[in-house]
Design a protein around this ligand. Sequence first.
Ligand code: ANZ
Ligand code: ZN
Length: 833
Amino acid sequence: MNSKYRPLEIERKWQQKWEQDQSFLVTHNDHRPKYYVLEMFPYPSGRIHMGHVRNYSIGDVVARLKRMQGYNVIHPMGWDAFGLPAENAAIKNKSHPAKWTYENISYMRSELKKLGYSYDWTRELATCHPGYYKWEQLFFLKFLEKGLVYRKKAPVNWCPTCMTVLANEQVEAGVCWRCDSAVEKKELSQWFLRITSYAEELLECLDKLSQGWPERVVAMQKNWIGKSTGMEIDFRVHDSERSVKVFTTRQDTIFGATFMSLAPEHPLVPELIRDSPDQDRIQDFINRVTRMDQISRTAENLEKEGVFTGKYCLNPVTKEKMPIYIANFVLVEYGTGAVMAVPAHDQRDMEFALKYDLPVKMVVSPPEGQGPVPEPEMAYVEPGIMVNSGEFNGMDSQKAKEAIADYLEAKGLGKKTVNYRLRDWNISRQRFWGAPIPVIYCEKCGPVPVPEKDLPVILPQEAQMPEDGRSPLPGLDSFINVSCPQCSGPARRETDTMDTFVESSWYFARYADARNETEPFSLEAANYWLPVDQYIGGIEHAILHLLYSRFFVKALRDLGYLKIDEPFSNLLTQGMVLKDGAKMSKSKGNVVDPDEMISRYGADTVRLFCLFASPPEKDLEWSDSAIEGSYRFLNRLWRLVLELLPHLEPVGPCAPLDHSLLDENEKKLWTKEHETVQKVTRDMLEKFQFNTAIAGAMELVNAVYQSKDDLLDSPSGKKIISSAVSSVLTILAPITPHICEELWRRIGYSRFLSQSSWPDYDPGALLQDQVLVVIQVNGKLRSKLSVPADISRQELEKLALDDEKIQKYLQGQMVAKIVVIPQKLVNIVVRPQ
Ligand code: ANZ
Ligand code: ZN
């Protein structure tokens, strides 16, 4: 008899059997309801790390659980395969990024397979494959037709030594990460996706999403979109035909606007300073500020600085002259790049006014007797009563916001507008290892889209990566020289590639129909599978990836490719894997290699550890003793089942029984089994609390250990033991699928456990010892509770007081006395305070 627990043997065996059986392969021609569970796909960096294992183990439990519940579950996996590390590796090894990438994919795939995840591998995709990015290029063309893609000059980070554009993440403290040269700003023509045209819808839909998404992520997205409602107001430049348009959310303070602040990049600046005797000094200031990065320019503790242009504009309501300054904290990309400065009511303007000795004029005063008295040198930013504001004096400032808006609009001085912080998405990357942008530049016709029939524009295989990290594409004649699709004249291909976030914005839709060679996915398959019911991944993607995917779905919907509004109905952001309190990372040298753990303990132990040590959304601290503990538990389960094996029958979990005939010991285990199934079902399905579910299964194992000697003599006892053991295996099957499948078969079941049904507990088993207790407040019936018959007085009192309905009746009253009649009634006597 094969009696020792040998995880690697049984794990390989069941992985092969599932594969032969095609257990996890699904199609959309199916009568069952669908369930789509997805984990964020990995970058093929070379090896799987513990963070991946945790993420995918959570996903796999959900997939297996939903399958057992009768859903047609799609659970796909693929590779986010474009990106810079492949280029660096290729330079180092003098090879092609594709080689490194595909080698990593095949190694990492084998690692995932060893973990027994229930993926439908027939849907695997790699985004660097032309069969994938062909469709992305098609989407680019469709977006272009619809005006959702456009080209515009934009400042980029440019390293003069490497002669390449750098991503923001590649600029560290103003210097190039590769060669330490000072990074310059350079204006280059770039391609943008018009995500801002969906700003309002992206914001609105967050309300619906808040049911299935973590509050924190919803808040971060809201903030990123950053909707502000306000006005654009024109200020005439004194002695000139020009005017400056400002964006403000506080038009109620317009009578207090005493100067004007412009962004250094504001288009009017050169004209304003043209005749200034101070021009050199002003230009120095402008150069210094424009070199600063976005983050420091918006930092709250940035020292407010500026220069006077020498010009004035007129306040449209007070007609007073306002000096025009150039200020370091005004951003050209936001609003109109110009601010009417109201130092009395804006802290940044206040600091600026104090520094340059500019007038401060209070126009909103705190409502009398309420709120704090404004301190000198501190802006008063709360609402209040209008003062120094002409006909609006005495009005509530919130009301004045509306009234002044109407007034300015009526006079043609301004217009109500909405502003978003969200910017269009620059997708141009001057990199090699990305999806080529399907555009051709013709000397005569200008930019011409590549005709659909010529897709994909393939990334050349023969390219050699230059040592300095530049993209080889601009130097590859065979790639760039083409004839114009419109006039057949000489033309050049676009050599920029797309941001890798583009690939991850629609991969979940491609999974629905991953092998389709005639279209990105069929409408039928997409309609059946989408949206993703449960998405699982790291909080680091809370903004960009999730927002871009949401935008793509809306854009593809409007192009007729999809019929959904949102890609991910439910989102779970799992915590990090820590060791010694710090995130596991190569640079910290605190990495635990999953491969090593699998060969020592087996995949089931590693999975069990990841799910047992903490709830999914919390951080997980690596612990050698905890993984040992998981391993010991599986050994104990193994020994128990093998010992009982001669007595066990395949009667199913929660086997039906005539419980009136059970003796006390039998009833006890029977109840324990059903209670456990009830609790675990709730913990796993409603709350994804796999750790407490596992604890429940462990308790049931203990209960079987304790009662087995008493029960094994009678047929009904054997049946109860068999049922309880079957329940343990079923409950644990999503978590530790291999050992459970093996023991299940040994008991004599003929079907795969992974395709069996989730057990239904018998409410009769739970209720047998429960009694209904009436809860009264001052003798009036206010609630009822079902409680264990043997509950103590104190516990019953506590339950009664904690009851939601009862709490409502107790509000603001004092409990004078509590009368308890065990098994029947609780009366809470109260009197008003
Ligand atoms: C006058 C005013 C008075 C303002 C006041 C605030 C308080 P949110 O809510 O973030 O949209 N602003 C406008 N454009 C700017 C730019 N390009 N760079 C820096 N600041 C800019 O903020 C809108 C407010 O931010 C606007 O309202 C404007 O200052 C400033 F008591 O106008 B306010
Ligand atoms: Zn042409």
